[in-house]
Design a protein around this ligand. Structure first.
Ligand code: ADP
Length: 738
């Protein structure tokens, strides 16, 4: 099978995404590869497809057990011989897998880096043919990545110990230039093909909010995501417990997840979420790495994480299926202080020498200040992210809280004067919380003790909410009018930039959230999918019941994107079902009948055949549409026909003046698009069409014929079954030209 046939047969996709194909070609040519691609870009397919085409076995090194289990289970579901070796397997099961590896039973084996160091595995590896070592989450190899794992250092020793050097490939979603260089040198890659695809995830909406009351804001956001799955990340276990408990009490389908919970409880909650039994998982950053749940519609950060790397990785778990999804951060100054405290108290246990510890702390603080700036949301958030990861971006994305008009340019000159003056009169010795209390005219022990109520600025902003004042202070700080000191208890001070404002010589304009934000969810600007939600619901129920019977997560049966494609294509035959994106032959065989029956019944109950969106939209001016209107089953011949002969028949029967070539090309292109034919070079180097593994399922076969000069050649022919299939789909074929 060629790479496209493998993609369609096992993964159910008809084409590679940008970058995937080139990476695969380089691997197949025997070259090492380092690919940096964002979450959801489809890194796995980059090594899984060549793994199936190479002679020996591919060893995938993966840092997390959950990741391995998940990926291997998905591969097995798709009919690929794969296994994993890690500590969750009993000794007997490990022996069995090892025996199977020796017997050549698998094409892909996932293992943890720790295992590479064991003598037992070393012996097995020496006896088998390893064609590729693929390192997943490769940033773990670099001290400069934020998930550095010393065990990743075993990889190079392992590769060097092999009788023959395999192709070495490395994949990661986040890698700065330094981390990339580190990966290449640590793995001793040879002239690697390095690709960094765009980091942008256009289907993700980014938002930041600085709410007065985070929990109320969270509830209001969650009510806008009815029926959808999502993650709420909190920075501490205590926060996780509190937020999950409150949400459950308030009637949300939510469960907690953090490393401090009993193992069985934690696993149960994770599974409930993955299997769509619980809608919201409230978690620390321990959750998610290696979880391939594709239908996560939102990721809300209840606290600001420690750096942009963590944020983009966690937020990136939304919308892996390419559907519109939201990534929203709820920021408060306390988040900054907590993160800073954590950094300052890390690297303490002698893991690294003092000098390195200081360097790492400095690096972390720099990263913290970058994400704090992001959290203030004073510019296009997408551009900020892209620029941070070294990509140029122009600064107006139309799909973040800054660009979509959730914030507006506001003249805050008077407010700024009040705030600055208050800070000045309080001796520039207090943090934002205290300044806000004084401005709002509140009373507490310290205000009484220091007699702040006698200040002329006491209560001068009593008509404004604390959250709004905090927003303004945040913006004044990020715009350089104020500084927050770096001490244990940060205090606000004025900068030289504040002076002309206080003197009334300069105005201050900043971006602020609109005063009365519309509650609930914003309307997506991206194209929403027109589909019948009742059918979608039925398909989801069927998927869930199949998944429960098999004990696998629903998205491993089919992703939401695949179900949506079913809603739009309404397949009622095996051939049509195969044309759905995400349906390969194994899944057709396993689940096709049940889904086809459901869709056929639904069609009957809902008024019969419906035109697909594309068909309905096509304005039938093109002769192909005219031909489509006139086609009937009468043109189907009892003989096998070439595509040209069949095209001739169509034109003759329709009586429309059009070239055979036009029809032939449209049919050929459509069949290739569906993976039912492929393009090849013939003996003379000319392009010709050839059958694929899927062709036979709709009656397209290859026949050997003898040319006029007596030379045998093979050609593609359409049996009556194939002619019927094409005739039935001719209006879709006609649309290919639009
Ligand atoms: P990554 O590892 O880069 O985060 P995955 O390999 O998990 O991404 O792929 C993300 C999703 O995209 C998966 O559901 C996968 O099946 C799907 N996908 C990958 N390649 C393609 C493709 N060529 N066409 C359609 N979907 C694809």
């Amino acid at each position: 099978m060629n790479k496209l046939e493998i993609l369609k047969t096992y993964f159910g996709y008809k084409g590679f995404r940008p970058a995937q194909e080139k990476v695969i070609d380089e691997i197949l040519s025997g070259r090492d590869v380092l690919a940096v691609m964002p979450t959801g870009a489809g890194k796995s397919i980059c090594f899984q497809v060549p793994a199936l085409m190479m002679n020996g076995i591919t060893i995938v090194i993966s840092p997390l057990i959950s990741l391995m289990t998940d990926q291997v289970s998905s591969l097995v579901q798709s009919g690929i011989r794969a296994a994993y070796l890690n500590s969750t397997l009993s000794a007997a099961a490990q022996r069995k897998v090892t025996d199977n590896i020796r017997a050549g039973m698998y094409k892909i084996v996932y293992i943890a880096p720790e295992r590479l160091d064991t003598e037992g595995f070393g012996r097995v590896a020496a006896d088998i043919d390893i064609s590729m070592v693929a390192v997943d989450e490769a940033h773990c190899i670099s001290q400069w990545g934020q998930d550095f794992r010393p065990s990743y250092m075993n990889i190079i020793k392992f590769i060097a110990s092999l009788p023959e050097r395999p192709v070495v490939t490395a994949f990661t979603a986040t890698a700065t230039e330094r981390v990339r260089a580190d990966i290449v040198s640590s793995l001793e890659m040879k002239d690697p093909y390095c690709v960094t695809t765009g980091f942008d995830r256009p289907n993700l909406y980014f938002g930041v909010k600085t709410p007065d009351n985070k929990y109320e804001e969270l509830k209001s956001l969650l009510s806008g995501y009815e029926g959808k799955s999502g993650i709420v990340y909190c920075s501490t276990r205590k926060n996780v417990d509190e937020v999950a408990f409150k949400l459950e009490n308030d009637g949300f389908s939510a469960a907690p997840y953090h490393a401090g919970m009993a193992d069985d409880m934690r696993m149960k909650n994770q599974e409930d979420f993955i299997y769509d039994r619980v809608r919201i998982i409230v978690a620390t950053n321990a959750f998610g790495m290696g979880i391939d749940k594709s239908n996560v519609s939102f990721v809300i950060h209840y606290n600001m994480p420690k750096d942009m790397e963590s944020y983009y990785q966690e937020a990136g778990r939304a919308g892996r299926d390419g559907e519109p999804a939201d990534c929203i951060m709820l920021y408060s100054g306390a988040d900054y202080r907590l993160a800073k405290y954590m950094i300052e108290n890390s690297y303490g246990e002698g893991n690294v020498d003092e000098k390195t510890a200081e360097l790492l702390k400095k690096r972390d603080l720099k990263r913290l200040s970058a994400i704090t700036e992001y959290s203030h949301g004073t510019a296009c958030l997408r551009s900020y992210i892209l620029n941070y990861f070294g990509e140029d971006s122009s600064g107006k994305c139309a799909n973040c809280s800054f660009c979509s008009g959730d914030t507006e340019k506001t003249d805050v000159t008077v407010e700024a004067q009040k705030i600055m003056s208050c800070i000045y009169r309080m001796g520039q010795s207090y943090g934002a919380a205290m300044v806000i209390k004084v401005l709002r005219g509140e009373s507490d022990d310290r205000i009484r003790e220091y007699n702040f109520s006698s200040l002329p600025t006491y209560g001068i902003m009593s008509d404004m909410s604390a959250g709004r004042i905090k927003d303004i202070i945040g913006r004044l700080t990020s715009n350089g009018y104020l500084v927050r000191t770096d001490s244990d208890r940060p205090v606000l001070k004025l900068t030289a930039k504040a002076v002309p404002v206080l003197k009334g010589m300069e105005s201050v304009y900043i971006m602020l959230p609109k005063e009365k934000p519309v509650k609930g969810k914003r309307v997506h600007t991206g194209a929403e999918y027109a589909l019948d939600s009742r059918l979608m619901e039925k398909l989801k129920q069927l998927r869930k019941s199949i998944a429960e019977t098999l004990g696998i997560p629903p998205y491993q049966v089919f992703t939401d994107a695949t179900l949506r494609d079913m809603c739009s294509k309404l397949p009622v035959s095996k051939g049509e079902f195969l044309a759905v994106s995400g349906v390969g032959s194994m899944k057709l065989e396993r689940y096709g009948d049940e889904f086809i029956k459901l869709i056929a019944d639904w069609k009957k109950q809902n008024g019969g055949v419906r035109l697909s969106e594309k068909e309905a939209a096509a304005v039938s001016e093109h002769p192909l549409h005219e031909i489509a209107k006139k086609l009937t089953e009468d043109i189907i011949s009892e003989d096998d026909l070439t595509i040209s002969q069949y095209s001739d028949n169509i034109i003759t029967a329709s009586g429309i003046n059009f070239k055979t070539r036009g029809v032939r090309t449209a049919i050929g292109d459509w069949l290739i698009e569906k993976g039912l034919l492929c393009e090849k070079k013939d003996a003379k180097g000319m392009n010709c069409k050839a059958v694929t593994k899927l062709s036979e399922s709709v009656g397209i076969v290859s026949r050997t014929k003898i040319s006029a000069r007596g030379v045998p050649y093979s050609t593609v022919v359409l049996t009556p079954e194939a002619q019927r299939f094409i005739t039935e789909h001719f209006s879709e074929i006609a649309s290919i030209e639009d």
